[in-house]
Design a protein around this ligand. Structure first.
Ligand code: GUN
Ligand code: FE
Length: 461
């Protein structure tokens, strides 16, 4: 690939390279990158690396390569509900909107019809790695994992564990059956055919205790034992999202010092645990999460939409906690990480407004608004860290997988919100900012995972 390349470096900086030559091996891993190569030197630079008679994809003015985005938290069976139920807060929304839709996935024909549309839409939104919650159903979640694998997205797929405090039409009959179905799903996903040279399989299982409210103590304990038997197994759950949810949780676990402590007591809080929301954590919980090196999935669209609150992300970053972005569909109303980026920016500005005129909080991020560099980091490398995949995805460097987007902010991309002349060179960092705040699927022309084209507007299906 020859042209403009953007890649995160840290929470405060990124590279914007206008004339970059980036080589991808047949394995789908990045072989080498040379910055600032003149047009006239492209063939010579390739030959110097032993690349003779190799095709070069030349990006046009107004196009750039960006690492694929990471959605650290979404619910596949809630996608049909997008945009419904914003009048509710969490617990009423679950009962009135969410559980009725998820329960429909007992019908495998419905799952087979729906999941391909869901996965296609998420890939075309530019999400190359996605951590999915399925429904509570084993069979429908197997179908979800198979479709993700067939479509070539990098993903974690889990079935919800929920054996109490949910409606009779949507609950697992016992902790034992919940655990045995989970083990069956893990085994099923581990034997899916692999079509790639990815270091870890593209699609992997993830333990998914839905949240403490829906899990009996014995279920949490058994899931902790499953986790202990497989240190590489990722874990995902919800934490401290909504005040009523927190109060209910504490009433169910009176022996626990905190909501986060419930998961810790069962061995479910560790370096590959993804904690969604984390809006209302107290200081002890923040310290515990930092100590366990667990990651936080910041889901700002959902946090606004369900009136949950504004997560203090700057504070978490200052404590060294890993943070990525999550769409949390359909708590969030968009499957696109671009929308999560926009709302993460707004959420950080809400916090900055609340602290206007105060002396800055100690630390680099504190109560300040997030920069474009920080937003880029959260959407890519930060998400990769939260998924424990930072060695293989999230940025461009030799040896990492080519999980990438070709972004186009050209007029012919067909998004009238981004206006620019294609013939005049434009500032690359400015193009990134415009893409973040006004871009959508129309600006994502190619989506690659492990070097393979799997989506985007120029992908033929
Ligand atoms: N807590 C438990 N289940 C859910 C869910 O499906 N969405 C959100 N946002 N929070 C939850
Ligand atoms: Fe969620």
């Amino acid at each position: 690939y020859y042209g403009s390349v953007i890649s995160p470096v840290s929470l405060t900086s990124f590279k914007a390279l206008p004339r970059c030559l980036l080589a991808v091996a047949s394995t789908g891993n990045i072989d080498w990158i040379v910055e600032d190569v003149e047009d006239s030197m492209v063939q010579e630079t390739m030959a110097a690396h032993g690349y003779i008679d190799v095709d070069v994809v030349c990006l046009r003015e107004g196009e750039f390569l960006l690492p694929g985005m990471v959605d650290t938290h979404t619910h596949a069976p809630q996608v049909p509900n997008i945009g419904s139920g914003q009048q509710y807060e969490l617990l009423d929304w679950l009962e009135n909107i969410t559980f009725p839709m998820e329960s429909r996935f007992a019908d495998l024909d419905f799952a087979r019809r729906t999941y391909p549309l869901v996965v296609r839409r998420i890939i075309d939104s530019g999400t190359t790695t996605c951590s999915y919650y399925g429904s509570l159903h084993l069979e429908a979640t197997k179908i979800l994992a198979e479709i993700v694998n067939e479509y070539g997205q990098r993903a974690f797929v889990g079935k919800c564990n929920m054996d109490r405090n949910t409606p009779a039409h949507y609950i697992e009959p016992s902790a034992e059956l919940s655990v045995s179905a989970t083990k069956t799903l893990i085994a099923h996903i581990k034997q899916l055919p692999s079509h790639s040279h990815s270091a870890e399989p593209l699609v992997q299982p993830i333990l998914t205790p839905r949240f403490a409210i829906s899990c009996s103590s014995s279920l949490l304990k058994s899931l902790g034992e499953v986790a202990a038997s497989d240190p590489n197994l990722r874990i995902q759950t919800h934490v401290s999202e909504n005040p009523n949810e927190i109060a209910f949780t504490m009433s169910l676990f009176p022996e626990s010092a905190s909501y986060t402590g419930v998961y810790d007591a069962s061995g479910l809080l560790r370096a590959n645990t993804i904690l969604a929301h984390a809006v209302h954590l107290n200081d002890e919980e923040i310290a515990l999460i930092a100590e366990r090196k667990a990651g936080i999935s910041h889901c700002p669209t959902s946090n606004f939409n369900l009136n949950s609150g504004v997560a203090p992300i700057g504070l978490y970053l200052d404590r060294g906690i890993k943070v990525g972005l999550g769409t949390d569909v359909s708590g969030g109303y968009s499957p696109s990480i671009l929308n999560a980026i926009q709302n993460a920016s707004i959420a950080s500005k809400v916090i900055a407004m609340q602290h206007r005129g105060e002396a800055p909080a100690p630390g680099a991020f504190g109560n300040r608004q997030l920069s474009v560099a920080s937003l880029l980091y959260l959407a890519t490398l930060g998400g990769a860290e939260v998924c424990s995949l930072e060695k293989s995805v999230g940025s461009f460097s030799p040896g990492k997988s080519f999980d990438a987007l070709v972004v186009s902010v050209r007029n012919d991309a067909g998004n009238p919100a981004i206006w620019g002349s294609d013939s005049a060179p434009r500032d690359l960092a400015g193009m990134l900012e415009q893409f973040f705040f006004t871009g959508d699927d129309r600006n994502i022309s190619r989506v690659y995972v492990q070097g393979k084209l799997i989506g985007g507007t120029s992908f033929s299906r």
